[in-house]
Design a protein around this ligand. Structure first.
Ligand SMILES: [Zn+2]
Length: 128
């Protein structure tokens, strides 16, 4: 069973033509199956209905992981390896114990706090 993410959650979707765009979850009508969700595309503002499984990781997760990987290049040896591992864990298991701040309930300044709070409220689940 799929659960629709909360309205306002940001994702990046790659379309069949190979282009990708940022999308934001918007309200979905009752006539739409539970496995699908309405999203609004950046740029043209068009609303499209997509399968929930198509969403992948929320944009926050992607950005945090990419930032960690970029910052990892500032370091060497074990420090670099550790940061790369945290980046991998962020993409794989961001709804388990937090890979960034290492808390079950995120610290106030953790970049994953809002997303993980949505998981705790049962509004969002990780793509499995
Ligand atoms: Zn955290």
């Amino acid at each position: 069973m799929s659960i629709r993410p909360p309205i306002g959650t940001r994702y990046r979707i790659t379309w069949s033509g190979g282009t990708s765009s940022g999308v934001t979850v918007v309200p979905t009508g009752k006539s739409v199956p539970a496995t699908e969700v309405n999203v609004m595309r950046d740029g043209d503002g068009g609303t499209v209905t997509v399968n929930v499984d198509r969403l992948g990781n929320p944009e926050t997760v992607t950005v945090v992981a990419a930032t960690l990987r970029t910052a990892a290049e500032w370091f060497s040896g074990d420090d670099r390896d550790t940061m790369r591992e945290v980046a991998d864990q962020t993409e794989r298991a961001w709804d388990d114990i937090c890979p960034v701040c290492e808390e079950v309930d995120c610290d106030d300044d953790c970049p994953l706090e809002d997303l993980r709070a949505a998981v705790a409220r049962g509004e969002l689940r990780r793509e499995s």
